[in-house]
Write a protein that binds this ligand. Sequence first.
Ligand code: PEP
Length: 249
Amino acid sequence: MRKPIIAGNWKMNKTAEEAKALIKYLIPLVSDADNVDVIVCPPFVNLAAAAEVLSGSNIKLGAQNMHFEKSGAYTGEVSADMLLAYGVKYVILGHSERRQYFGETDEGVNKKVKVALQAGLVPIVCVGETLEERESGITSEIVCKQTKLALLGLSAEEVKGVVLAYEPIWAIGTGKTATADDANDTIGAIRNAVKEVFGDDAAQSIRIQYGGSMKPANASELMAKPEIDGGLIGGAALKAEDFSKIVKF
Ligand code: PEP
């Protein structure tokens, strides 16, 4: 019922020329994947180059962050309108690297989610626990709290248009993956948290991805789980062959 969504988070990788080359290579590899939403999220400065080569393909453009104000004195920041001007459709918000290195808070993520939705962008909102939190047995509490705070003040209808990404921080870029059962259970807990606040319809509609060292070798097992609606892919998104294999899980 929920359409799978596979998004590549390129992080701070690739020049504009390299971005174009990667996308040109990727397009024919995923051109027949019409049962999956396929998204690439290059760095801001490559959005124009990416948009140019993506034109006419079935791959949509995403960004890795945005500011919650429309414009103004926010040096180094980028607004929703600026992203829209490049044809961006999706925006990753609250990635753990942004929370860890750039001081992003649940409150800030919530502001961004609201602004993204108002602008017509689909937010991909990341939640996830640290290794210490996991080992303390509080994974569900942490990710459910992050989810509820990120979605605070939205209507049930708006929530249906959000994508969540459950990304255990200890699994990002480490080669360690949550087991498919663990990921499924935690995503089930997140869906239940959405249901508590926004009702069953919103909970059954919202798409929740898994992210954290997802690769061709583990994608099909993760994607076979009923709660997992897709993947947010870091490292493997930088290789067209690997990313396309995940798209075709
Ligand atoms: C990410 O950063 O969103 C991610 C999941 O990275 P990786 O796939 O490299 O673990």
